[in-house]
Design a protein around this ligand. Sequence first.
Ligand SMILES: *Cc1c(COP(=O)(O)O)cnc(C)c1O
Length: 232
Amino acid sequence: MTRTDEIAANLARVRERIAAACAAAGRDPAEVTLIAVTKTYPASDVLRLAELGVRDIGENRDQDAAPKAAEVAAQGVPVRWHFVGRLQRNKCRSVARYADLVHAVDSIRLGAALAEAARHRDRPLDVLVQVSIDGDPARGGATGAEVARLADAVAGTDSLRLRGVMAVAPMSWPAAEAFERLAGIAATVRADHPEAGIVSAGMSADMDAAIAHGATHVRIGTALLGMRATLR
Ligand SMILES: *Cc1c(COP(=O)(O)O)cnc(C)c1O
């Protein structure tokens, strides 16, 4: 079995899971965007995914993502790059060059740095506010009243566009409970910012629960590409 066959078989299983979760929730699978998280995997896998029709690609480290994006662009293959990881302020300039959607803006300081970096782009940069579902800042994410303040701050810039929210479910929580809470937070943000309709939630292990609770974007690594050799 070639690597392309392996990814194609994994992709078929993931698409089935998305379809089943949507059917159970009475949702249209077209409402759910599959983002392939290719961290630790080479640009050649990104090209394989693109060939199989997956054009939304996620990465979590600028050091890996920037050269990968350049390699894929050099092949003339258009993909949308999602920066899903924790972003350091000194990487904003680099990320703003290739990213189409930055998922994890979780502080006013980071938002301001990204807004400054995005002024050099020819169009605004789409961003999501990362929220902490359990209030523990360890995995990143804004908490409580900070979420609305941060959403307002992002929406108030010329160079960023607030598109929604993102979260990682806390390990110790039942996934359904975590994503239900996220759905509530997402609705609150959307009430103030109607253009912020994205809910980025769900990874390989919990995408089904995320879709049941309204995820519009799922971020899938392992289930598409296999177990990563490193822990990240
Ligand atoms: C790695 C990663 C994913 C994908 O995780 P899998 O369990 O491999 O599907 C999703 N979101 C973020 C933020 C990640 O860092």
